[in-house]
Write a protein that binds this ligand. Structure first.
Ligand SMILES: [Zn+2]
Length: 140
């Protein structure tokens, strides 16, 4: 659906994201496949085509997220929404370690990690290499 977003708006979204996936933080220069503009709240759930509802996402995060808004966590199956790049602070919900692993610091962080498969072994290795090359910041 990103093809319907005018180039000027798309460029604004990319600049705002500093050329990184707003969920897993990998730089877009590392992606073989193009990054995408994600509707944080999908159209299916009433999300609008507006800057406040757009996030810049790598193909993996965008694919795993799909139109979902959250998931159920814990033994009580409490519904937890996903990380929202426009209203949430990444470092509050996640921590990137030099091993490439991203730790969830909150339920929102953990719900996002779980459904977006952010800690799939291949993705951890990719981030580890990016950290070693100085292409990814480690947030604490
Ligand atoms: Zn990502």
């Amino acid at each position: 659906m990103s093809q319907k977003i005018p180039r000027a708006i798309r460029n604004k979204i990319i600049e705002r994201a500093e050329h990184r996936c707003e969920y897993c933080r990998i730089p877009d220069t590392d992606s073989y496949y193009g990054f995408q503009v994600d509707h944080i709240i999908s159209r299916k759930h009433g999300g609008e085509d507006e800057l406040g509802n757009f996030a810049y996402a790598c193909p993996d995060c965008n694919r795993y997220k799909g139109s979902d808004l959250g998931t159920y966590l814990g033994k009580n199956f409490d519904f937890v929404r996903f990380f929202h790049p426009r209203i949430d602070d990444w470092s509050y919900h996640f921590e990137l370690q030099t091993s490439g692993l991203i730790i969830g610091k909150t339920d929102i962080g953990n719900a996002t990690l779980k459904i977006f498969a952010i800690n799939h072994p291949d993705r951890i290795i990719e981030r580890k290499v990016l950290c070693q090359l100085g292409l990814m910041d480690v947030f604490t």
